[in-house]
Design a protein around this ligand. Structure first.
Ligand SMILES: Cc1cc2nc3c(=O)[nH]c(=O)nc-3n(C[C@H](O)[C@H](O)[C@H](O)COP(=O)(O)OP(=O)(O)OC[C@H]3O[C@@H](n4cnc5c(N)ncnc54)[C@H](O)[C@@H]3O)c2cc1C
Ligand code: FES
Ligand code: FES
Length: 487
């Protein structure tokens, strides 16, 4: 079967076919420069401010789902087969304002021309999903939309009031859902797409097997999943990422399911894809998850990308290592599985061959005597990178600790286990003294860096205090309060 060379999708209800899409062409540039859809703004070009928010609808296993994403770091090739909705599509054909727009006006939520379209699109997505949101739900939905002028109060009031102006059932995206589903299904022609110029190819494999084949042909290609790291390589560092192999459409990489005593997370599952099963099976990760980036980035960014990127400050490796997770990599038709902790070799160096990809992560589910916690210390509560992240796991049977697995991010060149602290705990009684011994032992495990996020001393003290916090949160017998040196 021949390859397709154009990217095909639906933009604001109209079919679009774009030939020669280079790997680094962003959706935002396409919308603004080629289609003159300038309602979608460029604020930061790094996924932080939300001014570029658009909705992307994709046909997945659960049907057609629209999510808000950042067009600035989303590559055009990655919307092949999708319906892209911009702010221009909100008002009806007669020019009547959309309920979200009406609510924003009447509650004085329209503050500046840069941020308002992005706020409107995020609130549109929220209203479609949760027509009567609580203030907390609104705040979570707006983590990825920054306002630096008058503040969020009028916007939150508008968000809570949208349903007074209309119902999602009569919204265009719902009334046209069936037709759009048929149109998007027709775009899935089962062919590999190879677009762009020879030195900047965009490759969209037709299946996971085809991904394995593409990587053998282009072993040095950049794998692009959610592009929430790779997007910045282009917009901020002007790097050439071609040839790039896009994986965001591969449903078989997105499986998230319980398999007996394990949770299987496909490498291509986004943070949002994981949230429901995490809340059910690993509830200590639920609120931690909501502190990873903002809503738009969580809709795009994948757990596999977070791990494969190998950053020492990625939030998922420490908590998954602490749970005893394993990672499966695939190369051609061969797969291998290793402990996640062993995947991280050194700064910027992971145990992955160029033609190999991360296929899945397997997380053992905790037993009845297991204690687990996940902590993130960052300067801002929302949408900020960790200064220190911690995953703590141990089993306490008849008052004795075993199986301690403690892993930190932000403390070394890689996400890393605290071997000395673990040794100080295993076989010891569950007591304040044992935790103190482990806190002291952390100094043997880590010599953290000082950078603009935190000093070395701050990082060490935070890590030690997280162990103490873990004890306080889990100890029902303690009657003497322990003083925390930092909150
Ligand atoms: C505004 C903003 C806020 C952020 N906040 C956080 C945060 O709070 N915490 C945090 O940890 N991160 C954060 N990030 C970073 C980023 O969102 C995560 O690292 C994310 O999980 C990356 O996943 P992705 O799918 O977008 O990866 P991509 O950008 O697509 O890829 C990242 C790397 O992984 C490789 N890769 C992707 N998939 C595979 C695969 N299956 N096999 C092999 N290699 C693969 C790519 O080639 C690339 O090297 C933030 C990013 C932004 C833009
Ligand atoms: S322009 Fe700021 S998030 Fe895209
Ligand atoms: S709405 Fe743009 S800075 Fe506040």
């Amino acid at each position: 079967m021949t390859h397709r060379t154009d990217i095909q999708f639906v933009l604001n209800g109209k079919d679009v076919s774009v030939p020669n899409v280079s790997a680094d062409q962003t959706l935002l540039d396409f919308l603004r420069l080629e289609r003159r859809l300038t309602g979608t703004k460029e604020g930061c070009a790094e996924g932080d401010c939300g001014a570029c928010t658009v909705l992307v609808g994709r046909l997945g296993r659960k049907g057609l789902a629209y999510v808000p994403v950042n067009a600035c770091i989303r590559f055009l090739a990655s919307v092949d087969g999708c319906h892209v909705v911009t702010v221009e599509h909100l008002s009806g054909p007669d020019g009547r304002l959309h309920p979200v727009q009406q609510a924003m006006i009447e509650h004085h939520g329209s503050q500046c021309g840069f941020c308002t379209p992005g706020f409107v699109m995020a609130l549109y997505a929220l209203w479609m999903q949760t027509p009567e949101p609580t203030e907390t739900q609104v705040e979570t939905a707006l983590q990825g939309n920054l306002c630096r002028c008058t503040g969020y109060e009028p916007i939150i009031r508008a968000a809570v009031a949208v349903s007074r102006y209309g119902t999602p059932a009569s919204d265009y995206l719902n009334t046209e859902r069936e037709t759009m589903t048929t149109r998007l299904a027709a775009l899935k022609d089962g062919r590999r797409v190879v677009s762009g110029t020879e030195d900047n190819l965009s490759i969209i494999p037709s299946s996971v097997d085809d991904l394995a084949e593409c990587l053998q042909t282009y072993p040095n290609a950049t794998i692009v999943a959610g592009a929430t790291d790779v997007g910045l390589w282009v917009t901020k560092f002007l790097r050439n990422i071609g040839p790039a192999i896009f994986t965001g459409h591969l449903e078989d990489l997105k499986t998230v399911e319980r398999q007996g005593s394990l949770l299987l997370i496909g490498a291509g599952a986004s943070y949002t894809d994981c949230q429901e099963l995490l809340s059910e099976h690993l509830p200590h990760l639920s609120s931690y998850w909501d502190r990873i980036a903002g809503w738009q980035v969580r809709n795009m960014g994948t757990v596999g990308g977070n791990i494969a990127n190998g950053s020492p400050i990625g939030d998922t490796p420490p908590v998954l290592i602490a749970l005893g997770a394993e990672i499966t990599l695939r190369r051609g038709s061969e797969s291998r599985t290793l402990p996640l902790a062993d995947f991280f070799i050194d700064y910027g160096k992971q145990d992955r061959q160029p033609d190999e990809f991360v296929a899945s992560i397997h997380v053992p589910l905790p037993g009845p005597n297991d204690l687990n916690a996940a902590y993130k210390i960052s300067k801002r509560r929302d949408e900020d990178i960790s200064s220190v992240a911690a995953g703590i796991h141990m089993t306490v049977t008849d008052g004795t600790i075993s199986n301690a697995r403690i892993a930190f991010g932000g403390m070394a060149a890689t996400p890393k286990r605290a071997a000395a602290a673990e040794a100080a705990l295993n076989g010891r009684p569950w007591s304040r003294e044992s935790i103190e011994a482990a806190a002291v032992a952390l100094a043997q495990d880590f010599s953290p860096l000082t950078d603009w996020r935190a000093s070395s001393d701050y990082r060490m003290l935070s890590a030690q205090n997280l162990l103490r916090r873990f004890f306080l949160e889990n100890d029902t017998k303690t009657d003497t309060p322990v003083q925390l040196a930092c909150a």
